[in-house]
Design a protein around this ligand. Sequence first.
Ligand SMILES: [Ca+2]
Ligand SMILES: [Ca+2]
Length: 411
Amino acid sequence: MTKRRCLVAGGALLLGLVGCAPNEGPPVADPPVVSPTAAPTVSSSPRDSARASFDPSAVELELDVVAEGLDSPLGITNAGDGSDRLFVTEQVGRIRIVDGGELVTEPFLDVSELVVAGGEQGLLGLAFHPDYQDNGRFFVNYTDTDGDTVVAEYRVSDNPDVADPDSQRVLLRIDQPFPNHNGGHVAFGPDGYLYVATGDGGGGGDPHENGQDLTTLLGKLLRIDVDAPGGEPYGIPGDNPFADKGDARPEIWAYGLRNPWRFSFDRATNDLWIADVGQSAFEEVNRVRAAAAGLDYGWDVMEGRNCFEVADCETQGRVLPVTGYSHDDGCSITGGYVYRGSDAPELQGGYVFGDYCSGSIWVLDARAKGFVAPVRVAAEAGSISTFGEDEDGELYMANLALGQILQLTTR
Ligand SMILES: [Ca+2]
Ligand SMILES: [Ca+2]
């Protein structure tokens, strides 16, 4: 693989992809901006002490271009099939393959005629079935030509580099009242279920109060069983927290989310990390145990650690961020991964994430307790639209404006 070293200091381009759409208007409330105070504390549970400690000050980040010439790349993942290929989603509705450092010319899948793209809309998510190597099934999340969210299944063809465009099976169709806040990430959890992030439907300040409303799929993290018996597109896992709760939608795993732009499961601990794009003040990262069901991430009662909709809000019982940053340092968070690869030993055990607008990249000790300020390891690294992992846990990011995929390593 030929790698080209890339200067970390590139120009950050403000395209308003996520979260900072101009139609969001002024803040409804004017909550005090949290000043992150550095108080890194590290636990010493047996599980943690088995790992080397993460030292953010030791990280000297390097970004190596591994592919370019992509059209607004929004997602990076792998098939988990031993092929070592990277699969990159282009916003317009194509899935491209990077194989051995080469961008394959023919798309793996092209659904651009089904997709409306631009702003926060487009082909937003891709996840391969845990048994993809045997069953060839994968799942996408896109905005359809009506502006609504579709989660659909496809299958590979006889050619491993080409999917069958006629194999589509729709799992979910979700009405979107506004063009922004479509969430869109899909990923399989360590439990084998498919998790789907939805935004609050947009419009600014969650005008329809979807985040806290358990009767809508908007503003949620969903969890569905794509291997359900009986031929249904999906089933409801029996231990979903609202599987038998009256009017609540049984697909809901967690709620109170505004526009979760990327979530991930830690390969080593299974912990679930969700980055949620803020309204006008604060971008947040949340970390919970993978098995913690039915959690409320706060929106739109809260934005970050502050009350949002009402001045004196109830914070008890809600998930509060483990880290985040104010809009002095960016405007739209792009969630990342806890690094568990080997090419960048100094990143081991660190959660890596960035901001789309400022191009900053930060790290946080994955074992941090309470609220810990992140440590910036790069600035102006471009329009960071996504992070993604290869099969070995090596970490990549996409620069949307420049059409590049870059690997994160350390000097
Ligand atoms: Ca509201
Ligand atoms: Ca929150």
